[in-house]
Write a protein that binds this ligand. Structure first.
Ligand code: UDX
Length: 754
């Protein structure tokens, strides 16, 4: 039977992606790696390999790699491999046991109550994080913190906002440190193992950090048992290493995991370079790269001059998802092999039907899988595991914060009545210190327009006598932008902007809340309850969580929007989706088949761009009767390449697609049955709009945007000339409002923060 962490295991179309039950590897992608004829010809970059490269995978990688440095590295690796001098051929095995050992430790509630021998263990927590979810990370740290433990944090080199925040928080606790070096730890990359090995060495060498166990966590993990329970359990199992194995046929695992393929990481990509042999003499194993390791084993891995470790390090330098197999393989062939427990003490929310969609093929030449985020309905499953477990993944507060609240309260009790912001979640999406590279033209346009709309609102909403005091001019770019969620619903953007009062007074900083206005209309016919639950258009569709990661749905003429429908169960049906541009051009029309149990359908029509700016309509019809309709905005851009839009750019960027054709095929014949109005006035307006620049363009952009967004509030970061502005600190939606669940205070008498 599949282990409990693989509840929804299902095969993907023939590719059997559900096989790797605890790890992330899936299967090789097909048809996306190209194939290149030719050998040691100079490439476009004028670089010549040192040997004749013959393998199809290697040639494909060379053709796709864009930097000369990366091409050179790929060629060097392949040439060494072809010469037989890259990979170890045989590796010594020191384990005295034959085959897999250790039945695993059962959760023994009786034994768990008994007193522990020796001092309680101390844990080195390795937090491996990326992204921007600092508030969830703080919440995690708060939940696992104890003054007796140690915390070492690696932040992906690309996640600078998170790094700044983490450095700030580490300053406040002696036992929290941030790696003084950083790597670009791409998904599944060889760099993840390099990062672990370097961090382990650091952790062994911090003076005074006398830890007994190493536990890695990501920012999407959360404990499922208290610190006391974990410490008691580990104190009774001081000499065990906890690593979860795939638990199936080993040769199948090797294939699924791509262990018999050579990979090399460069240009933030794992290139598949061809086949290789598993070294003789050892047993390779693997599964999950979330583990709990003894200090003794970490010391062995870091310091031994045993050829077992040296050669496996070499082998795993060229391995996809190396951390899912390196530690298993070292341990199981080492003298300490009997210390293995086949349980990583975690629950992982695998749902391979959703999580194995080959979503990482732009990062790794392989189809990888990811676990799903937990939701409140999964809570029981979090607890009903027969083996001992102490952590679970994944959790994302932008997807569901309620389950974290349930879990956190279950562990450490609820917060006192009246505690603010328990249902609120803020996530930074832009910070001025990110520099201009943190902003796309769409974001730049939208945030500036949000500020203009808000400042106009501030003056208009002020009492008549105060109006002159409530006029402000923006000064420069926003200093930060947050996504704001309440009760697990997106509430809009919070833009923080330095401003100058138009009347006299010093500069101020205001925060402005822009809330999306829904535009969905469900038109289910009365004779038949419609299955359609919602209809949305957006970008950054996440097939795993089945939502748009571009939460605010801001998009511009160069984007490639997706239309998504959610369905209740019901009879099979075929629906027609029609996209109508702001001048009533029927851009596309297509049918979708909706089976009885289909929950979500989504499609990205291959429209020619630029899309015409303005309000678009997407209609969903059945037998040409409307089921639902939504509008979405293609934002007219006031910036191009981060500079104010110029007339010659506007005349193509805002003029719609070449020849007014979104597709080769015309769908204009549908305008009658769709009952569309005469297009001439809209066409005339569009022609005028495409000429606009400067303030007139801003006015158009603001007007379009205000059809989709409303100003829901403004507050002031400090004292303001405008008497009607509240202090943000006292404003419940503001990003500076107290958020105790994510605030780290002084260490309490019991050694904890939570
Ligand atoms: C799955 C497996 O659960 C995990 O064991 C395997 O390492 C990767 O695939 P998934 O949710 O897909 O997990 O990966 P994710 O949590 O996003 O990333 C794994 C680790 O790499 C995390 O610690 C994450 O912070 C880090 N990472 C990932 C980065 O540092 N940078 C990235 O760009 C991506």
């Amino acid at each position: 039977a599949p282990p409990p962490e693989a509840p929804g295991r299902q095969n993907l179309s023939g590719a059997a992606a559900g096989e790797a039950l605890v790890g992330a590897a899936g299967f090789p992608p097909h048809g996306d790696t190209g194939s290149v004829e030719g050998a040691s010809q100079p490439t476009d970059n004028g670089f010549t390999p040192k040997c004749e490269i013959v393998g199809k995978d290697a040639l494909s990688a060379l053709a796709r790699a864009s930097s000369k440095q990366c091409q050179q590295e790929i060629a060097n690796v392949v040439c060494l491999h072809q010469a037989g001098s890259l990979m170890p051929k045989a590796v010594p095995r020191h384990c005295q046991l034959a085959g897999k050992m250790s039945p695993g430790i059962q959760w023994d509630e009786v034994r768990a109550q008994q007193p522990v021998d020796g001092p309680p263990v101390r844990i080195a927590y390795m937090l491996v994080v990326h992204g921007r979810a600092i508030r969830q990370l703080k919440r995690l740290l708060k939940a696992v913190y104890h003054e007796q433990h140690f915390f070492y944090i690696h932040v992906d080199k690309r996640s600078n906002y998170l790094h700044r925040e983490v450095v700030e928080l580490a300053r406040r606790y002696d036992n929290v440190r941030v790696t003084p070096w950083r790597m670009v730890t791409i998904w599944g990359g060889a760099s993840l193992l390099r990062m672990y090995l370097r961090s382990m060495r650091d952790l062994l060498e911090v003076p005074g950090w006398a830890w007994d166990f190493f536990i890695n966590l990501s920012a999407t993990d959360y404990p499922t048992r208290t610190n006391e329970e974990l410490v008691a359990f580990l104190s009774k199992n001081r000499d065990k290493n906890f690593l979860k194995s795939h638990g199936r046929d080993n040769s199948r695992f090797i294939k699924k995991q791509g262990l018999d393929r050579l990979f090399h990481e460069c240009d933030s990509h794992m290139w598949r370079l061809g086949e290789r042999q598993i070294p003789a003499g050892i047993v390779v194993d693997g599964g999950s790269d979330w583990f709990v390791l003894t200090r003794g084993f970490v010391e062995y891995v870091v310091y031994t001059d045993d050829p077992l470790v040296a050669q496996l390090r070499q082998f795993y330098t060229y391995t996809l998802l190396p951390a899912e197999s390196f530690f298993h393989t070292v341990l199981e062939n080492s003298p300490a092999c009997q210390s293995l427990v086949d349980n990583n003490l975690r629950v992982t929310n695998w749902n391979r039907r959703l999580g194995c969609k080959c979503q990482y093929k732009h990062i790794v030449d392989w189809c990888g899988c990811s676990p799903n985020d937990f939701k409140p309905q999964d809570f029981l499953r979090l607890q009903q595991v027969s083996r001992p477990t102490f952590f679970a993944r994944k959790f994302e507060s932008t997807v569901n914060q309620e389950v974290l609240e349930i879990l956190d309260f279950h562990l450490y009790g609820s917060y006192p009545p009246g505690t603010p912001a328990l249902k609120a979640y803020w996530e930074n999406t832009y910070d001025a210190a990110d520099g201009p590279s943190g902003l796309s033209d769409v974001m730049l346009t939208a945030y500036n327009a949000f500020v203009r709309l808000s400042l106009r609102h501030a003056a208009a909403a002020a009492p008549p006598l105060a109006t002159p005091l409530c006029r402000f001019e923006p000064r420069g770019l926003p200093s930060s932008v947050h996504l704001y969620f309440y009760d697990d619903h997106f509430q809009g953007y919070l833009v923080t902007q330095p401003v100058q009062p138009s009347a006299q007074g010093p500069a101020e900083t205001l925060e402005m809340w822009l809330m999306p206005q829904g535009s969905l209309k469900l038109l289910g016919r009365s004779d038949q309850a419609s299955r359609l639950q919602s209809l949305e258009v957006g970008t950054e569709w996440d097939p795993k969580e089945r939502l748009f990661r571009n939460f605010g749905g801001l998009l511009g003429p160069l984007d490639e929007p997706v239309a998504m429908q959610r369905w209740a169960r019901g009879p099979n049906l075929t629906a027609t989706v029609v996209w109508i541009d702001p001048t009533y051009v029927v851009a596309t029309s297509y049918d979708i088949a909706v089976d009885a149990d289909t929950e979500v359908t989504q499609y990205k029509p291959p429209l020619s761009r630029p899309l015409r700016p303005g309000a678009w309509t997407v209609r969903l019809l059945q037998f040409w009767e409307p089921l639902g309709e939504t509008r979405f905005l293609v934002l007219p851009l006031t910036f191009n390449r981060k500079l104010p839009l110029r007339k010659d750019d506007a005349s193509w960027l805002h003029a719609g697609p070449p020849h007014n054709e979104y597709m080769e095929q015309s769908f204009q014949g549908l305008s009658g049955i769709l009952n569309l109005p005469q297009p001439e006035p809209a066409e005339e307006a569009a022609r005028r709009h495409a000429e606009l620049t400067g303030p007139a363009l801003e006015a158009w952009t603001d007007g379009e945007l205000s059809g989709f967004w409303s100003v829901a509030g403004l507050c002031a970061m400090g004292p303001s000339t405008c008497p009607s502005l509240e202090l943000c600190r006292l404003t419940s939606w503001s990003s500076v409002f107290p958020d105790p669940k994510s605030e780290l205070g002084p260490v309490k008498a019991d050694g904890r923060l939570r």
